[in-house]
Design a protein around this ligand. Structure first.
Ligand code: PEP
Ligand code: MN
Length: 266
């Protein structure tokens, strides 16, 4: 086991260009034990490049678990120390960027509920100025490509040179088979506009369940996506957020083993 307490920039550089690029970990960091056990089991699969966990959770309705907050960041650091896996966290405010960087989080992502708001994206871009940390930008919750492009432009203008995109689907009214409709054509248009930018599928938030994850991930790989961010948890049924869509690290391994990768992605 590696004992890195931070990740070398060259390691991140290599991962950035690795195909498929796989990010996994719990929707939310809940306890130190849960973060570390999930990380150890993910490392064991040999399939995961970056460990994700939500520290601050943007919940649609109040009264749900809103994230453990900055106290979870040292747990992630400990997980990196034990596994060598670089860390990714969602940020929505300048203070969260500051806290995440204080704990040497390697990769940040902007969530769907933040991409919709140019004020918030600009605040994040300002906080990222002069900090060379890779950033993934999820599509906005609504099917508006301009907002997604605008977020890319704002963060790029702040001098962030490693920018990636995550397709997590678009919300729609009423019951559909998806939690968030993929609207593949919109994502493909975005992918076409940014050639060479890592483009990941987030089947977890598209599906909202476990049984469609495989199919949605396979579809994305067939469309030449560069990888996936998939939620995993040591005890998915008892997860504090997004319990229905998370899978165990072992199940994640099986899912990835069953994907037919494009030759160029291996
Ligand atoms: C998440 O990744 O846990 C998350 C909150 O995602 P999204 O912004 O896609 O809803
Ligand atoms: Mn989630």
């Amino acid at each position: 086991m590696e004992t890195n307490s931070t990740t070398d920039a060259s390691v991140i550089g290599k991962i950035w260009n690795k195909r498929p690029l796989i990010i996994s970990g719990p929707c939310s960091a809940e306890t130190e034990e849960q973060v570390i056990q999930t990380a150890l089991q993910l490392k064991e699969t040999g399939k995961v490049d970056i460990l994700r966990a939500g520290i601050w959770k943007p919940r649609t309705r109040p009264g749900n678990f809103e994230g453990i907050g900055a106290k979870g960041l040292p747990w992630m650091q400990q997980a990196r120390k034990l596994t060598g896996l670089p860390l990714a966290v969602e940020v929505a405010t300048a203070k969260q960027v500051e806290d995440a960087l204080h704990f040497d989080i390697d990769v940040l992502w902007i969530g769907a509920r933040t991409t919709v708001n140019p004020f918030s994206v600009q605040e994040l871009a300002n906080a990222l100025r002069g900090v060379n940390v890779p950033v993934f930008i999820k599509n906005p919750v609504n099917a508006d490509l301009e907002l997604w492009i605008g977020a890319m432009e704002r963060v790029a203008k702040a001098g962030v040179d490693k920018l990636g995109l995550i397709h997590r689907g678009f919300s729609s009214y009423g019951n559909t088979e998806f939690r968030n409709a993929p609207m593949w054509h919109l994502a493909i248009e975005m992918k076409r506009r940014y050639p060479g930018v890592p483009f990941l599928i987030d089947p977890s938030h598209i599906c909202g369940n476990r049984h469609m994850l495989q199919e949605v991930t396979q579809n994305a790989i067939d469309l030449d996506y560069d990888g996936a961010i998939i939620e995993s948890h040591i005890d998915p049924d008892n997860a504090w957020s997004d319990a229905k869509q998370q899978v165990t690290p072992q199940r994640l391994k099986e899912l990835l083993d069953d994907i037919v990768w494009r030759k160029e992605t291996i």
